[in-house]
Write a protein that binds this ligand. Structure first.
Ligand code: NAP
Length: 349
């Protein structure tokens, strides 16, 4: 019997995906891993090949390719997209491949999918409120009947159904805002995205307008987790899922919120204002409110997500995986300065 674990990754050049691939490359079991990444950029593919990572050139548009790659895999990490409507076909293509794998091996493969805390957000907060029930990932029943104000969960629902059918074990990691600059060999090689998504979008806008700001009063609240703590959760889940399928929740019981603290948009804007003022980018330290035109021009269709409230407690990973995040609110606020300094070096912004 083969002792090789075949691992297929999507989004491996991303901020999250790069952190996971870096850790898999340094994993004590690395000699038994066959790592394959779906990659869009030929230069990144060449650099990954030099590190011993097989690459498949393609994207989420190549559904047959996704099915074939998943059909070869014991473990799939998907780190391309959170619950967005057009991601259902690629998710279904990957599930079709995993079903083939199960039919070949009689062993359900593992799927570790990246979702996001948007699944429990109140998209109608519009910066005016941080008040919302806090969702625990141990409460599968309440999670299944989330409020009608959150993003749809088409992909997550498909993964849970597939788990219930028994041909795959699905795990859904749902991070809050991930903070901190990515570091490591894949960043040094120019393969991995260095910045996270949510907060740097604000930082870039603040730099361009020369002052920090909020959408509405910025009272909306989100959970957050550091780059390292988030990667730690993925790896703990990967190790636990491989060694003991029964003690680790999957499917309907397989949501894992990654969070270590909460922040409001106003707190981030205030911290940014202090940094921008200190660095001579802003004359005024205190944030103001974006005008409606600025909100549309800067954030387009994403403005409602960026001004939403999401409150989530990651109790499952703490209870079942021994996950104990080390960085919290103080590190989140301290990361603002490093992020802004780094973005100021980038002429393209
Ligand atoms: N960062 C956060 O705070 C956070 C929190 C919760 C959830 N999430 C979710 O997690 C996912 C990954 O986040 P991230 O921060 O790692 O984003 P990212 O840095 O933008 O990485 C996205 C990855 O997906 C790849 N990709 C994008 N479109 C693709 C397509 N059509 N086909 C194949 N690959 C594609 C990118 O490849 P290229 O290198 O070729 O562009 C990259 O590897 C996102 O959907 C995000 O919503 C992120």
């Amino acid at each position: 019997m083969s002792t090789t674990t075949k691992i297929f990754l999507t989004g491996a050049t991303g901020y999250i995906g790069g952190s996971i691939l870096t850790r898999l490359l340094a994993h004590p079991d690395r000699p038994s891993f066959e790592l394959t990444a779906l990659v869009r950029n030929p230069d990144a593919a060449k650099k990954l090949a030099a590190l011993g990572v097989k690459t498949i050139s393609g994207s989420y548009d190549d559904l047959a390719l996704l099915t074939d790659a998943a059909a070869q895999a014991d473990v799939v990490f998907t780190m391309v997209c959170v619950t967005v409507w057009d991601q259902l076909p690629p998710a279904q293509a990957i599930l079709a491949g995993l079903k083939q794998r199960f039919e070949q091996t009689s062993k359900p493969p593992i799927l570790i999918h990246t979702s996001g805390a948007g699944i429990v957000m109140d998209i109608t907060a519009h910066g005016h409120s941080g008040a919302q029930d806090t969702y625990s990932d141990l409460d599968a029943e309440t999670l299944a009947s989330r409020p009608g104000k959150a993003l749809p969960m088409a992909v997550e629902s498909a993964l849970v159904r597939a788990d219930e059918e028994g041909y795959v074990r699905s795990y859904l990691i749902t991070p809050g805002t991930i903070f901190g600059l990515a570091k490591g060999p894949l960043v040094d090689l120019g393969v991995q995205h260095k910045h996270s998504l949510q907060l740097p979008l604000f930082f870039r806008t603040f730099i361009k307008r020369g002052r920090a700001a909020t959408i509405g009063p910025g009272l909306n609240v989100w959970p957050a987790v550091s780059y390292n703590d988030n990667a730690d959760l993925y790896l703990r889940l990967f190790d636990a899922a491989r060694s003991s399928s029964s003690s680790v929740g999957h499917g309907r019981e397989g949501f894992y919120f990654a969070e270590s603290c909460e922040y409001s948009a106003l707190e981030i804007a205030q911290a940014s204002g202090r940094v921008l003022h200190k660095l001579g980018v802003a004359e005024v330290r205190e944030p103001d409110e974006f005008s409606e035109e600025q909100v549309q021009a800067s954030f387009g269709a994403f403005w409602e997500i960026l001004s939403s409230t999401s409150r989530a407690r990651g109790e499952r990973a703490r209870a079942q995986l021994g996950w104990s995040p080390k960085e919290g609110k103080a590190e989140l606020l301290a990361s603002v300065e490093r992020e802004i300094e780094e973005l100021l070096k980038d002429s393209k912004l």
